[in-house]
Structure formats: C-alpha cells, structure tokens
Design a binder for this molecule. Structure first.
Ligand SMILES: Nc1nc2c(ncn2[C@@H]2O[C@H](COP(=O)(O)OP(=O)(O)O)[C@@H](O)[C@H]2O)c(=O)[nH]1
Ligand SMILES: [Mg+2]
Ligand SMILES: [Zn+2]
Length: 377
C-alpha cells in the first residue's frame, strides 16, 4: 500500500543529486547504500535502494561494480527502488575480487589451524604489493600460540619488512586496534579460507546476518557463488568486503618489476642500479641485489612464474594479432587470418620514401598501433 504523504515527491532531495555506494551486485540489480545526508534528511529508516542501471550507461559500456560511487535518479522511497544514472570516476579498481574504490586490503592469515605457511603468505604479500593499494597484515587465532611463538613470527616477519597485527576473534585480542584501522575506509578482506575472515566480520558487525537477510531474494541467491562480493557497513563507519574467491592469487607482473614487491630486498635499488636495466637479480654481473635473505627462494620461484605468465600472454597477443574479428551480416562473429600487409604489399619507390605523415594517412589502424609500439609512443 502506498502512503501518499503530501510533499514526499517534491522534497529537495529528489531534485539535487542523490548519491550512494554500491554494496552488492547481482545480475542486473545494484544494492546501493545511500549517503548519510540523504538518509538523515529524508527517511532515517531507508538506508539502501535496489537499483537498475540506466540503458544509457549500458550503451556507453559503463560497468557498475561493488564499491562504485553512483548517482541515482527517480528514487522510489516506498518500494526502495531507483536507477543508477551515473558512475563517478573510480579511485582504484581491483578485478579479482571485482571491487572499485577499495582504499586498503586487510590480509588475514591464521597462525594455527591452518598453520601459517610462509610460501602462501609470501604469495599473498607479493600480490598485495602489486596492487598499489595500501594493505595491513593481520595474524588471527593468536589464542592458539604462546607469546614466545608469536614473538618468533613477529621477528621473522619484521625481517621481511612487515609489522603484523596479532589478533584473536576468540579472545578479542587486537580487535580494538584493528577497528581503528578500518574506520571510515573501504577495506577488502583477503586471505586463504579457514583463517577466520567471516568470523572476524561477524565479530566486527554484530548484526551482519540480519543485514544480509534484508537483501532481496534475487541478491540473496547469489551470495555463495565465488564471484559474489558484498560490502558490509561497520558500526563505527567504513565498509568491509569478505572475499571467498581470493584464495591462491596468481602473480602476473612484468618480471623485472617483481623485486619491487619484496620490501626487504629492494632497498639497494634506491641507492644504485644494477648494470642491466632489465636485471632479474639471478647472479648477473654487477647486480646490486644481495641473495642472502630468507625470501630469495620465493623470489626466484615467483619470478619463474611471472616469466611463464608473460610468455603465455605474449602467445595470446600474437594469436590475436594474426586473426581479425569480423562480423557477418547475420551479426555472428568470426575470426579470419589477417593479411600480413608488410609481406604481401608491393612496395613502390614512393613508399620507400614515405614519411610519417603519409604513413598515418595510408596505414590501417593495426599497422599504426604496431608502429606506435615500435616507436614506444
Ligand atoms: N581458535 C580460534 N579459532 C578461530 C578464530 N577465529 C576463527 N576461528 C575458527 O576458524 C574457523 C574458520 O573460520 P571462518 O571465519 O569460516 O574462516 P574464513 O574461511 O576465513 O571465513 C571457524 O571454525 C572459526 O570458529 C580465533 O581467533 N581463534
Ligand atoms: Mg569465509
Ligand atoms: Zn640485479
């Protein structure tokens, strides 16, 4: 039943921009948490709208992600519905998990059950370093270790360049300090399964289950799929996301860049360079990176992986560049081998004297792009 309170649709908030943050996405629905100002001025009970995306956004290829700041049109306060008309520019963007505007990553590991595994921890740390988003390392289940054992880990990880926060969801150890770090920020919880990420969120947000149950049936259905991400609101302000799909990150990076993701090793590079610009620090002449550090073995293994990854993506790029996507009149897409223009084109004398300007006028887009690559434009 609609309650037609006079003035409801003429309130100033319907004229000015209504903004919010996307906290969950499922199929074509976006669950948007309204900004404080609107909530207070309009209806203190109404904190979220279930929104669709304007067709115009779809046409221009504008995606909407969890974490996006959006503008909403035509809000329907009775049914808690609306339409997203605009997505504000993203400050950061993660693809796995798909989250926009994340301000920090909370890496959660357990000290025991499962035992802290240095290789796995190292892999997550390197992955986190490669995102350029600041992160915090949190070691949970401190209740299962003696303080001496905790100290041993602390000293070991300090040598890696990290200062972990020891916590226990069970005994509340360190949770106050953690809350301070999460306040008024968007934080992504990441880490292997079983370390206590969900327990931690439940502990930080006592009524989180209730919040989850408020989601519509459509959103509810997708909750347990691995790709689903949802932002939960902390009582102190700030949003956090649990990420079931971020278990074994793969390390995709430019191999010479990998060393920058090891804080304990990159220091010498600030003072001076290796002889070779693309040095991989595996005993090349005049390399400034020392090999006597605990994680050097991790570095070498991850490096092999990064090199292999790069080769695979190179092969894929090569394949793409020899095939051309064509569209039949029926609309069906298919690939056709490209003519290797350089090989098959008869070269004239004039062409040999062609200048750049003529090249720009006569060449296909692909050739121009290749030229761009060659010239490092
Ligand atoms: N001893 C102990 N167990 C914990 C702690 N936090 C979580 N657990 C347990 O660890 C298990 C996995 O927790 P869960 O939150 O599902 O981990 P997730 O997979 O990372 O979300 C559960 O049985 C929790 O009760 C803790 O601080 N101490
Ligand atoms: Mg979980
Ligand atoms: Zn080197």
């Amino acid at each position: 039943m609609h309650d037609l309170t006079p003035g409801n649709h003429l309130s100033p908030t319907t004229i000015s921009d209504i903004s919010g943050t996307v906290v969950a996405v499922q199929a074509n629905f976006y669950h948007v948490r309204l900004d404080q100002a609107l909530r207070d001025s309009h209806n203190p009970q109404l904190s979220h709208l279930l929104c669709t995306r304007r067709t115009r956004l779809k046409k221009i290829g504008q995606s909407v992600m969890v974490g996006d700041r959006v503008i909403i049109e035509e809000p329907d306060y009775q049914d808690a519905r609306g339409a997203i008309s605009q997505v504000l520019p993203r400050k950061t963007e993660l693809s796995r998990p798909p989250v926009a505007n994340a301000e920090q990553i909370l890496l959660v590991f357990a000290l025991e059950e499962p035992p802290l595994e240095p290789w796995q921890l190292s892999r997550f740390l390197v992955k986190a370093e490669s995102t350029t988003i600041p992160f915090l390392l949190c070691l949970n289940k401190a209740d299962l270790l003696t303080s001496t054992q905790q100290k041993t880990w602390q000293e070991r990880l300090e040598k890696w360049g990290y200062k972990p926060l020891f916590i226990s969801v069970m005994t509340f150890q360190g949770l106050g300090e953690l809350k301070d770090c999460l306040k008024s920020k968007i934080t992504i919880f990441a880490g292997p399964s079983g370390v206590g990420k969900s327990s931690l969120i439940n502990s930080l947000i006592p009524n989180v289950q209730q919040r989850v149950n408020q989601l519509s049936g459509k959103l509810q259905k997708g909750r347990h799929t691995t790709r689903h991400v949802e932002l939960f609101e902390l009582p102190e302000g700030g949003l956090v996301a649990d990420t079931p799909g971020f278990n074994q990150p793969n390390l995709q990076c430019n191999p010479p860049q990998l060393i920058e993701y090891f804080p304990e090793a990159k220091q010498p590079l600030k003072q001076g360079n290796c002889q070779f610009k693309d040095c991989l620090h595996r005993g090349e002449p005049n390399c400034v990176i020392d090999q006597n550090w605990e994680r050097y073995a991790h570095y070498l293994t991850f490096l092999e992986e990064a090199i292999a990854q790069q080769e695979v993506s190179q092969q894929m790029a090569d394949q793409e560049s020899t095939l051309k996507l064509k569209i039949k009149s029926s609309g069906q897409e298919y690939y056709e081998p490209k003519l290797e223009t350089k090989k098959y084109r008869r070269s004239s004398r004039r062409e040999k004297h062609q200048n750049l300007q003529e090249l720009y006028e006569n060449q296909s887009l692909e050739d121009l792009e290749k030229l761009g690559d060659d010239l490092d434009l």
